[in-house]
Design a protein around this ligand. Sequence first.
Ligand code: C2E
Ligand code: MG
Ligand code: MG
Length: 406
Amino acid sequence: CFAQLVNDQNRILYCVVCFAVNLAQLQRFQDGREVEFALRYAADALEESCREGDILARAGDDTFAVARVSSGPEELARWLELAMARLDAFAEKHARDYPLRAWAGAYFLQEGDRTPGGALLNAQHAAVAALEQGKAYLIGDEEWLRGAARERQFMHQTGAALQKRQFILYLHPVVDLHTDRVIGGEALIRWQHPERGLLAPDQFIGLMEREGTIGELDYYVMEAVCVYLEELAAAGLGDMIVSCNLSRLTLADPAFCRRAAAILDGHRAVWPRLVLEITEGTLSHKAAQEDENIRWLLDRGLALALDDFGSGYTSFQDLHTYPISLLKLDKGLLDCAVDDAGRGIVEGLIQFGHQLGVTVLCEGAEREDQVQMLRRMGCDRIQGYFFFQPMPARDAAELVLQKQAT
Ligand code: C2E
Ligand code: MG
Ligand code: MG
């Protein structure tokens, strides 16, 4: 059908849409005939949504594909809304007590797409991305496709990059407002990519989280920070405190205790100066495994920081459950402190932290007036561009040594 209908003249008017239905879930709870019934319903609903000239096909066990002419993303979005609504109506129409769920991805054909296979693959990738992002559908435009291709390429590179030690430790110095001195910093990772240059974490952390490889990076950074703390001590900077980030997924790793012990036990001397940052998401996502791993760290006397506080959904009960040593207020809170309400929130949270007996650090101070305000409010520490940008960890050590000398 594709070869008959799609040609060089009309190719770029077509898009391919891939619908995936929740077949595995249906199979778990329904017998074969019922599953068949739901799948037939999906086929009929999609057929009703199609007009003459569209191509509808079963493209896999749980996948249907539609090739259709569309005037552009807006028209396609309207059509997708209707088609998805028809699929959604299944339970109500047939008085079933279980839903037929579907998610979709779409791809507009390009000049070079002569066979349907590549286009269908792109549409399928868009459908997977929709599912991952919790959306009903995703229309993959050119920019998305470029990003997806880059991701696929990156995905294969991160493992080798770790082995080749292309990930470089940076430190974002932290200033203590009571003494106006650098008291250490946060370890932030950068990827020195052989072709793309120095990459910031937002270009690979999310991808590694999605691919489940973030743990490898986190353990790598944990080890690097331990070694760095030893180097600092050897250079006479034995009182510097360095924190490192633990992704939510790393904390949910069943092998966490074993792997963390393999690293940490070799560097016991640095434990008092090591802080492990966990994000708000970690605490609100109370998987038993995460709880066990957090307690394991606490049992060893390791200090925990709650990162990005104020940007997520920490339950205040969690703050009671886990003794946190350091509360890191998110930059977003400071950005809101431009009126009385915003300032009230920041000041209130600083006091709240102090009532809990924890040190309060504010992230993201870029201007002098912000620093003065935080000082007035009694904030203990600042990590922000007003004082420093993140820098290679070695430079940070040099910086502190120089400051001490002057
Ligand atoms: P984060 O842990 O909240 O780190 C703070 C981020 O805020 C850093 O960005 C830092 O450069 C930035 N920042 C601090 N002060 C300012 C400021 O005044 N202005 C602005 N515009 N930004 C400021 P960076 O280095 O890009 O890191 C982003 C995120 O990547 C980190 O957020 C952290 O969640 C993640 N990340 C970095 N390294 C690692 C790692 O080794 N493991 C894991 N799991 N995540 C990491
Ligand atoms: Mg952090
Ligand atoms: Mg943060």
